[in-house]
Design a protein around this ligand. Structure first.
Ligand SMILES: Nc1ncnc2c1ncn2[C@@H]1O[C@H](COP(=O)(O)OP(=O)(O)OP(=O)(O)O)[C@@H](O)[C@H]1O
Ligand SMILES: [Mg+2]
Length: 248
């Protein structure tokens, strides 16, 4: 296993936000984490990333315990987070934003990493000298993901990359996530767009009120009546079938 989360409990002061969370990601997997607002998705990503320290439980990266480590160290070990809300630096150019993402790498590697990001997102190359704040929402999301990729991660944590995007752009982001995985980057994908996420995921977990309630393959979760009612019920059967078809 690339990542193992075992019995993790995380608090904000007295607020018990994660309850005995278990989750695993094998190398090369896309794992989706779905759940409603306030369920604890971002809290779990922040806990894995060392931005929050769990009160109990273990987090293992390639078999090594990493809970309680500082974030910088974890970036050097191949972990990276593209945070919720496309937190790009608006006054810096696109290129400067990317360079920030590569701060942990030797300068000589930056050019290669940047070229790889530009390959994946050609629009960022066209806009490289433009302030990031002038990009469209979808372009800013691409920049946030591109910036995370600059540290050459082995595990990319993505917090709601499709949020606020049109259905067409959201689908494009999901396609790009599949391309990123093809470059040997494993992915933990947090999404409220359960159909889109499960369609590209090898496996998924549902988190409710800080607890993992169900886990399974993307297909099992799409077919689970509880998951369907809670997360897919707003969609027509046709839409679900269309996504399922794409994942085959
Ligand atoms: N900095 C914080 N201080 C105190 N409580 C927090 C903090 N951040 C989150 N919480 C609480 O922890 C719980 C989980 O929040 P979290 O942000 O992880 O949810 P989420 O699943 O990411 O939701 P969303 O889909 O809205 O982003 C919520 O009840 C939230 O109010
Ligand atoms: Mg969140």
């Amino acid at each position: 296993m690339l990542l193992k989360v075992e019995g993790v409990n995380t608090y904000y002061g007295n607020l018990h936000a994660l309850w005995d969370v278990d989750l695993e990601i094998a190398r090369g997997e896309i794992v989706a984490l779905i759940g409603n607002n306030g369920a604890g998705k971002s809290t779990l990503l922040r806990t894995i990333m060392g931005l929050l320290h769990p009160r109990s439980g273990r987090i293992l990266l390639n078999g090594e315990e990493i809970q309680g480590r500082v974030t910088n160290r974890l970036v050097n070990k191949g972990l990276t987070l593209s945070p919720e809300g496309r937190l790009v630096f608006p006054k810096m150019t696109v290129f400067e934003n990317l360079r920030m993402g590569g701060y942990s790498r030797p300068a000589r590697e930056l050019k290669d990493s940047c070229a790889r990001v530009y390959d994946l997102f050609p629009v960022l190359k066209e806009r490289s000298e433009q302030p990031a704040g002038t990009l469209s929402g979808g372009e800013q999301q691409m920049l946030a993901i591109g910036r995370a990729l600059m540290s050459s991660p082995t595990l990319l944590l993505l917090d709601e990359p499709s949020l606020g995007l049109s259905p067409v752009l959201a689908e494009r982001i999901f396609e790009l996530i599949v391309q990123i995985r093809a470059q040997d980057v494993s992915i933990l994908l947090v999404e409220q767009n359960a159909v889109g996420a499960l369609a590209i995921a090898d496996r998924g977990y549902v988190i409710e009120n800080g607890r993992i309630s169900v886990g399974g393959t993307g297909r099992e979760l799409l077919d689970d009546p509880m998951v369907y009612d809670l997360y897919l019920g707003g969609l027509s059967e046709d839409a679900v079938e269309e996504f399922e078809g794409e994942s085959d």
